[in-house]
Design a protein around this ligand. Structure first.
Ligand code: SF4
Length: 229
């Protein structure tokens, strides 16, 4: 099965439903500025250094490369192993949403701790949403297993490339009903036509939207045709 809704697409959908739609059906239109690409690179470097704090992990990317649709199957097999298991980029699916978790640690009693790594000096609202959708999917996917999700931390930068932690599990649990409604809505959006959304503050908040050039082009055409003031 192809899972169209993922963590990053869910978070993009909260910013703009049209961006979500484009990211699923017209991803070739995305354009990232050099600054954004540089931020991605710094984020990946910080993430790699933080993963070293969780040694002896199995990296699902190394096992399956870009075939992310198969990550949940391999993750489930690895988490069935007795004793402690640490996974990087572990995949989970629930209600047709696929998420990849930066670090998952299972202890010998079957308790799971999940860590989301962000190269930022504080825990921004968009990171909390990121954790909430991951929690919704991971907790849902574990409902028929003996495993329990007992901790969900965000790990961020203290300014000197060291780790700060904040536990977000209670907040994520509280957000579950809201996330369920948003997931249902985004599934509906993806079954319809491209949403018509005028450009506005959401185009750069919380991130620069990668579809700005496309939308600016549409707006210019509408102005040429006299369809807009
Ligand atoms: S540029 Fe703005 S309106 Fe267009 S998809 Fe992005 S956020 Fe939505």
């Amino acid at each position: 099965m192809l899972y169209r809704l993922t963590k990053s697409k869910f978070v993009l959908g909260l910013q703009c439903e049209k961006a979500l739609y484009l990211d699923v059906y017209k991803p070739q239109l995305a354009w990232f500025s050099p600054e954004t690409l540089s931020r991605f690179r710094r984020g990946r470097d910080f993430e790699a250094s933080m993963k070293a704090l969780f040694p002896n992990g199995i990296d699902i990317i190394q096992q399956l490369s870009r075939n992310i649709q198969r990550y949940p199957e391999l993750t489930a097999q690895l988490l069935e192993k007795p004793g402690e298991v640490t996974l990087y980029e572990a995949g989970f699916v629930y209600n047709e949403v696929l998420v990849l978790a930066d670090v998952v640690h299972k202890d010998a009693d079957g308790n799971l701790s999940v860590y989301e790594i962000k190269n930022a000096l504080s825990v921004k609202e968009v990171f909390r949403r990121d954790v909430c959708i991951q929690h919704y999917v991971i907790d849902g996917s574990l409902s028929s297993s003996a495993l329990r999700l007992t901790s969900f931390c965000i790990l961020y930068n203290d300014g000197n490339d060291n780790a700060c932690y904040e536990e977000l599990l209670p907040q994520a649990r509280e957000a579950e009903p809201l996330i369920a409604r948003q997931v249902a809505h985004f599934h509906e959006v993806l079954q319809g036509l491209e949403p018509q959304v005028p450009q506005g503050a959401q185009c750069s908040d919380p991130y620069d939207c990668p579809y700005r050039r496309y939308c600016e082009g549409q707006t210019a055409v509408q102005l040429d045709l006299g369809l807009k003031d």
